[in-house]
Design a protein around this ligand. Sequence first.
Ligand SMILES: *[C@@H]1O[C@H](CO)[C@@H](O)[C@H](O)[C@H]1NC(C)=O
Length: 388
Amino acid sequence: MLTFRRSVVVAATVLLLFFVFFSDPKSISAKDLLHDVELEQKLQKNRQETESAIRELQASTSRADDAQERKIELLEAQRKNLEKQLQQLRRLPPDAGVRTQLAFQFPYDTLNKFPAYIWQTWKQDFDDPNFDERFKYHVRSWDEKNNGFVHEVMSDQTARTLIRYLYMNIPQVIEAYEAMPENILRADFFRYLILLARGGTYSDVDTEALQPIPNWIPDRIDPMKLGLIIGIEADPDRPDWDEWYARRIQFCQWTIQSKPGHPVLREIVAKITETTLQKKKENRLQLPSTKDRGSEVMDWTGPGVWTDSVFGYFNDPVKSGLYYPVTWSNFTGMDQPKAVSDVLVLPITSFSPGIETMGAGGDNDPLAFVKHHFEGSWKPEDERMNSN
Ligand SMILES: *[C@@H]1O[C@H](CO)[C@@H](O)[C@H](O)[C@H]1NC(C)=O
């Protein structure tokens, strides 16, 4: 029960608390305000003193500063002069050959990674309503198997624009590309050009990805020691092989993986450029309509000149570091991937599974990576063979 005494104590306590909380802050605040003004004045004085000291110091050192500034200007001028001289050294002499210019524009370094690009071309762009449904299925297989890769499916027109851009400093290459009388030649040339400049994987639109691209390299082989990955197209182990194929071992060029600047690509681009400009000079650009048409394409831009370029590289010790001759016999009957110099050669099963000849395994073989459906209407199957 509340007694009188108790209520007096409670009232006194409430009053005391009231004073503590509400009267005290006002007086502290006023004191602080006074203090702040004094402090502000002190700071202002201090700032003025500091600024005038800095001005004095600056005046006394301005002469030294001027000298310093002139020294810096002189060094800058010398640096610019050196830079100019360096640039002149870096520029190629005007008569540098196509090979030198290619090596200069697209240097090769095995220590680079294989770029995560997939390059494909067809008459139309992928989203064009006329783009063939069959190819759409094959093209999508590359996306499904290769998450995170940049996948470009370009129309012939886009490919042309890209090549003009990438090779603008090597006009001979563009001249050769433009001079080609038919798309089949340009489509062949394009794959070497894009891989030389950007690297990655090129594959025809009628190929189907069976496994992710990184699976192509066996665990036992260090990717940093490789620069080019190719597959065997034909290994016709029969006495009359030359009635069917132009080369005893033929490497396919419907699927190729490379790092930018690989010397095999540099060589084939240089060779095709020279051949084409020579034909242009002699007015021999048109493809024959006879049975020689196939073998002409084969040796101008197709698997014939491709296979020769690969063997040319293996047998050039300066480029490949190999001191023993390398011939078709090194690759016949292969059933496992084989690294020769910085080139990984895949067995026939890898890019031609299910052909049921020349020792190829089936589509489910662990080494089956890409299935070629041979539906490219620009390249009838007989054009990859000899004149027969
Ligand atoms: C190619 O085969 C020849 C003859 O059998 C052999 O001497 C050479 O070492 C082989 N080269 C490679 C790179 O396998």
